[in-house]
Write a protein that binds this ligand. Structure first.
Ligand code: FAD
Length: 499
């Protein structure tokens, strides 16, 4: 008789419940059983409210109704992130979830735009991004599928209440037969012969056996680090922020459809607009500002706070291996990259998808583990480089943090990307991993890095034709954006919060 794989998930934060919800589809097919253990006493990290457009793929994959999920989590839409003060102190730009313009005669838009910049006065590249223009006007509607329309050139993500999202997924998972056990784990039992994890032992005396363990225990990394001794690769010399103070405030009257990240003296401050409140937090480096000063600065910037600031500590980096023997770590237990580009929940999602691609058997298969590791390394390293880029390209002079980041040695992979862009505006389009061409263009341009030369094919297009096309794209965007409902109107109609 076939015995399903017994999967034990340790932890009930966003990572634990996303994993349980995704894998719960396999219970009915008798492929696995799932038990999730969590401790209310320990609680969850309780932050993590801005997401990326891939989140919609995850929800669609597990079969969640979008409007229902948004309504239950007080969610809003997100078209990008505004970066204030990241280049020069006075600068501001949006990293949009969408394209800049359209390719012209087969040449990338940014190449034609850069070439025109050499000969004529053209508008900031933001004028040619639908997502950016909609953001500035606080408007939202769903993109269309027909690629002939300008309003097909963007996608969207969500801001949501992370604890409500975990609760939502808990209900979803329990309805699909995920078993939940409340209790505190005090030790992990491993086989002397194989080193595999055999069971987790709870303070209550309960012992839970399993074939495969998913460590979603948060920063503690109870199984991967504590039990299996995984080695941490420290990236804090590139990403020195190691603290955050989080503080909710009243809801914003006209809810913007984007996250805001404002660079400050020793880090940056997020603003995440939800339907019922606003999330704020100061991510800072304790090497460059004291905790007290950082909290004071946050309180000054957030006058309508609804609670007292909560301090969180972390370190940038990841474990060299996040799957060891019969245990994979997903979420904060596998590593942490600061929330500047809202990438953590994405990393959870991609870890789940990669786990499904390399789904384990009762026997440990090293080839599956190696493939999983290769896929996750790509994800982590690409995000890492993109985050470092924001710090490295700063032009601020108000604190040693910024001077340090400007002059620090950066990874070779990023050095090459910057050099290649600077030369002729070329940006590699890879298949796996986050951040495609528009994301890099947004940050390069927004933080003042210009290309020296352009794609030679851009010269096949006459100045007049190029100007005409740019004007036409801008007009199509502005006319269409004007006719969109406001973000508030759209939320009220589609997914009003159950307040
Ligand atoms: P946790 O939420 O910490 O959950 C750990 C679980 O393990 C809990 O249920 C706990 O009870 C359980 N547990 C631990 N030890 C034991 C034990 N001994 N016995 C039993 N149970 C145990 N991500 C984004 O995508 N967007 C953002 O905007 C964003 N902002 C962030 C801002 C900050 C300051 C930080 C620190 C993180 C942010 N993140 C963000 C990351 C995001 O919060 C996490 O990726 C996400 O919440 C997942 O956390 P987790 O489930 O891995 O861990």
């Amino acid at each position: 008789m076939h015995h399903p794989l017994t999967i034990i998930i340790v932890g009930g934060g966003t990572a634990g419940w996303m994993t349980a919800a995704a894998l719960s589809q396999l219970i009915e097919k008798n492929i696995c059983t799932i038990t999730l253990v969590e401790s209310a006493e320990i609680g969850t990290v309780g932050v993590g409210e801005a997401t990326l457009p891939q989140m919609k793929d995850f929800n669609d994959f597990i079969g969640i109704n979008e409007a229902d999920m948004m309504q239950s989590t007080n969610a809003t839409f997100k078209l990008g992130i505004q970066f204030v003060g990241w280049g020069k102190q006075s600068s501001s730009y949006i990293h949009p979830f969408g394209k800049f313009g359209e390719s012209i005669a087969g040449v990338d838009f940014h190449q034609v735009w850069s070439r025109l910049n050499l000969v004529a006065k053209v508008k900031n590249i933001e004028a040619y991004s639908y997502a950016i223009q909609a953001s500035y006007q606080n408007r939202f509607e769903f993109p269309v599928n027909d690629k002939n329309y300008i309003n097909s050139t963007y996608s969207y993500a969500y801001h949501f209440d992370a604890s409500l999202y975990a609760q939502y997924l808990r209900k979803f998972s329990e309805e699909r037969d995920v078993r939940r056990v409340e209790g505190k784990i005090h030790s992990v039992k491993r086989s002397n012969a194989t080193g595999l994890i055999e069971s987790i032992e709870l303070e209550s005396g309960l012992s839970i056996k399993g074939d495969f363990f998913v460590d979603c225990s948060g920063f503690r990394s109870l199984l991967l680090r504590e039990a299996l001794g995984a080695e941490f690769e420290d990236w804090s010399h590139w990403l020195p922020c190691d603290r955050a103070a989080a503080l909710p405030s009243k809801r914003i009257e006209k809810i913007p459809p984007y996250t805001r990240s404002t660079a400050k003296e020793a880090g940056w401050q997020w603003r995440i607009p939800l339907q019922h409140r606003t999330g704020n937090g100061y991510v800072f480096s304790s090497d460059f500002i004291s905790e007290d000063k950082a909290v004071e600065s946050l309180l000054n910037d957030v006058p309508d706070a609804l609670a007292v600031p909560r301090l969180l500590k972390f370190k940038a980096g990841r474990y060299r291996q996040s799957w060891i023997k019969n245990c994979v770590a997903i979420g904060l237990s596998s590593g942490f990259l600061e929330p500047l580009e809202s990438t953590s929940i994405y990393l959870i999602q991609v870890a789940i998808f990669n786990l499904l691609k390399c789904f384990p058997n009762k026997q440990v298969e090293n080839e599956l583990i190696a493939e999983y590791g290769r896929l996750m390394d790509l994800e982590y390293e690409r995000i890492r480089d993109f985050l470092i880029l924001h710090y490295h390209l700063n032009e601020r002079d108000d604190n040693d943090l910024w001077r340090y980041c400007r002059s620090m040695k950066i990874p070779d992979s990023l050095k090459e990307k910057i050099a290649i862009y600077k030369s002729r505006g070329y940006i590699d389009q890879y298949r796996y991993g986050l951040f495609s061409l528009p994301s890099w263009i947004a940050v390069f341009n927004g933080q003042g890095l210009t290309q020296n030369l352009v794609d030679p094919f851009a010269f096949n297009i006459s100045d007049d034709t190029a100007i005409e096309r740019l004007n036409e794209i801008e007009k199509r965007i502005s006319e269409r954006v004007k006719s969109m409902p406001t973000h508030d109107e759209f939320l009220a109609d589609y997914c009003p919060a159950k307040l």
